[in-house]
Write a protein that binds this ligand. Structure first.
Ligand code: PBG
Length: 346
């Protein structure tokens, strides 16, 4: 019988010869040693919780595409804000679902000092003064076409929109917002908001710039949450950044800092960690990411199907933001994560 004979290599090195005795698995061998060498940590202090508002009283409505997320009337939003404070979450970001009858082509209701955003800020500030409130100056919840600015002859006009956003920011600050976070990507908005806030005596109100907001497919569930999904005609490519670009994102960030932004944000989050990393490296300023609705929905949907462990995926995705250089993360998971972090503290 013929045998196939394999030729043995002349010399075969041991693993220690190959690695020079360096074995990276050594510190991974046990929970305690992994904890000792853990480089990044997710803390409750890293969390900013975006919450949705609706008109009415004692109303809570689920958002179908975001399991576990609801819209709250102002009285219930106050309860949620109290919950956030109890959990140690430093700040919330509010987004309103405005009744269709109050939306128009110019988004004029953003200039109503008593609109849903401002009423919520007042109520929350009064009940939970130590919780940070972040409000958005973009017009999309208020426009009949779902764009972030004033639409004229099919064009989202920049300068007129900026003027309106700056006025809205002052009203939001007067209602109790601590940070204005304009998500519209109009040119010059940061400087205009800074000027308007300062002129009105709100020197202490900060600006978190959505400096690098990309024209992304991951915003879908949010548009359902604030009711712009059926309204938006076309896309937002003439003002949001092309997902293909990162040098341009850095220019946006640099520009917003020069205009007076106190904090920078990258949005969406996980698909854009390279942008977070570059921004943090380049400027070393407080840097945040927004884990947007589509990112949340993907994790929840896969978990609901039993395809991934939702809790582990949630924690891993948030830790990834820290590793990339984020000082904090806007995430719909915030209360769930905070609860989990407290649980593991014992
Ligand atoms: C628009 C705005 C968007 C989000 C917040 N404000 C994007 C959009 O609708 O185009 C997205 C938030 C999310 O997806 O969680 N100014």
């Amino acid at each position: 019988m013929n045998r196939i004979t394999r030729q043995q290599p002349q010399t075969s090195r041991t693993v220690d010869e190959i690695t020079g005795g360096r074995r990276l698995r050594r510190m991974r061998k046990a929970g305690w040693s992994r904890r000792l060498v853990q480089e990044n940590h997710l803390r409750v202090e890293d969390l900013i919780w975006p919450i949705f508002l609706i008109e009415g009283e004692n109303r809570q409505e689920g958002v179908a595409a975001m399991p576990g997320v609801s819209r709250y009337s102002v009285d219930l939003a106050v309860k949620q804000a109290e919950r956030a404070a109890r959990l140690g979450i430093p700040a919330i970001a509010t987004f309103p679902n405005i009744p269709l009858s109050r939306r128009d082509a110019r988004g004029s209701a953003i200039l109503d000092a008593d609109n849903l955003i401002n009423r919520a800020s007042r109520a929350i500030k009064e009940a939970v003064p130590d919780l940070g409130i972040i409000t958005d100056g973009a017009l999309d919840p208020f426009t009949s076409h779902g764009h972030d600015g004033i639409l004229k002859d099919g064009i989202v006009v920049n300068d007129e929109t900026v003027e309106q956003i700056a006025q809205a920011a002052v009203l939001q600050a007067a209602a109790g917002a601590d940070i204005i976070a304009p998500s519209d990507m109009m040119d010059g908005r940061i400087g205009a908001i800074r000027d308007a806030l300062d002129a009105a005596g709100f020197q202490d109100v900060a600006i978190m710039s959505y400096a690098t907001k990309f024209a992304s497919a991951f915003y879908g569930p949010y548009r359902e949450a604030i009711g712009t999904d059926g309204l938006l005609k076309g896309d937002k490519k003439t003002y949001y950044i092309d997902p293909a670009n990162s040098d341009e994102a850095l220019r946006e960030a640099e520009q917003d800092l020069a205009e007076g932004a106190d904090m920078l944000m990258v949005k969406p989050g996980l698909p854009y960690l390279d942008i977070v990393y570059r921004i943090k490296e380049a400027f070393g300023v407080p840097t945040y990411a927004y884990q947007v609705s589509g990112e949340y929905a993907m994790i929840k949907a896969a978990a609901a199907n039993g395809w991934i462990d939702g809790e582990l995926a949630m924690m891993e995705s948030l830790l990834a933001f820290k590793r990339a250089g984020c000082d904090g993360i806007l995430t719909y998971f915030a209360p769930e994560v905070a609860q989990r972090l407290h649980g593991s503290r014992t």
